[in-house]
Design a protein around this ligand. Structure first.
Ligand code: ACO
Length: 322
């Protein structure tokens, strides 16, 4: 008996406050032209002071449940991929379980920064294969606005807040071959200083701010994501042309374009929301799925290739038949 993990629903939540590039011009020494030409970003959403990461995650989860036609109590596992948890502990997923009223579903967080969502998909799929859960919510949720240094123009213009959720269902002996096919994950801890937050409970007891060597991260993102994607395609005997939708982490339009060129994927097959969402870290991939799903672009049977890289440096790629 084989068990596969299917997408049964998707949902998203974006805070109502929008911060445009023009708005940023009045806060720091930057310009809409610079931000757009270097990143493709036009605006980002910013959580209200009263909104915690679990609030964003819960709102996205409700939408995914609606689309899957599940009740909260049907869910037996909740995984939240986040780097900006509500509290140092407990896991934000347990706050989501409580807010959703999802009974006593297994609930824990996965922390792999921008690569968190692909890590969470791999964990969910493995646990479903082990029979530990049948109906799960995998949520990417972030309030990166809280860890940005708003005086550092080289980083604060890049990120936004938001949450995206997938309802995932274990299916036995699935004849259509749909679901998560394979995930590859990698990490290189020696690259820690390229992208990190300079705070933590066991270092200086502060929350800290994001620090980044942008050029280094840019180069590593393009080469490592191209390599891991090619490795995954080769393992599966596939060619880039077999992919219907390429769903990269939304860090920067130039990274996405370079990746597309390296993998020879036409721009029309690359899903992007970077202009309106900016980089929402672990939330970016499920936010794209929600946006493209709602526009009717995602169709049953299509092959989706997701990939992401972030602090660690950690990265991964995930192949899914929708
Ligand atoms: N507005 C105006 N000028 C700026 C800004 C800004 N917001 N930020 C930097 N500059 C200036 C710099 O000070 C520098 O000025 P100088 O030449 O007088 O010293 C000039 O612009 C060029 O700076 P660079 O850092 O060389 O700019 P670059 O072309 O490398 O672009 C960027 C910077 C956009 C951060 C780029 O390196 C990048 O996209 N890196 C990838 C990082 C990323 O996406 N990280 C997200 C997290 S990781 C992930 O999700 C994959």
């Amino acid at each position: 008996m084989t068990i596969s993990t299917h997408i049964a629903g998707y949902g998203a939540y974006l805070p109502s406050k929008i911060l445009t590039n023009r708005d940023l011009e009045s806060i720091i020494d930057t310009s809409d032209a610079w931000i757009q030409s270097r990143t493709g970003i036009k605006q980002r959403h910013i959580a209200a002071d009263t909104e915690a990461t679990s609030d964003l995650a819960t709102a996205a989860a409700h939408k995914a449940l609606e689309r899957a036609e599940w009740q909260p109590q049907d869910v037996d596992m909740i995984i939240v991929a986040t780097t900006t948890p509500d509290y140092t502990f407990p896991a934000t997923a347990t706050r989501v379980q409580d807010k959703l009223k999802a009974g006593s579903a297994i609930a824990f967080d996965v922390q792999a920064v921008c690569a968190g969502f692909v890590h969470a998909l791999a964990v969910c799929s493995s646990m479903m294969k082990d029979g530990m859960a049948e109906k799960a919510l995998v949520i990417g949720a972030e309030t990166f606005s809280r860890i940005l240094d708003w005086s550092d123009r080289s980083t604060c213009v890049l990120f936004g807040d938001g949450a995206g959720a997938l309802a995932l269902q274990a299916k036995q002996n699935n004849p259509e071959g749909a679901g998560i096919i394979k995930t590859l994950l990698r990490a290189q801890g020696t690259d820690f200083r390229s992208l990190y937050v300079d705070g933590g409970a066991s270092t200086n007891g502060k929350i800290g701010h994001l620090r980044m060597d942008g050029k280094d991260v840019f180069k590593k993102a393009v080469t490592r994501l191209a390599d891991i994607s090619q490795e995954l395609l080769d393992q599966q005997g596939l060619d880039a042309q077999d992919i219907d939708w390429f769903i990269p982490h939304q860090a920067n339009q130039r990274i996405v374009d370079a990746l597309g060129r390296k993998l020879r994927i036409p721009a029309a097959k690359i899903a992007t929301t970077i202009a309106s969402h900016a980089n929402t870290s672990a939330a970016s991939i499920p936010l794209v799925i929600d946006s493209y799903g709602q526009q009717g672009h995602l169709k049953p049977g299509q092959l989706l290739l997701m990939q992401a890289l972030g602090g660690g440096i950690s990265w991964g790629a995930c192949l899914v038949r929708y």
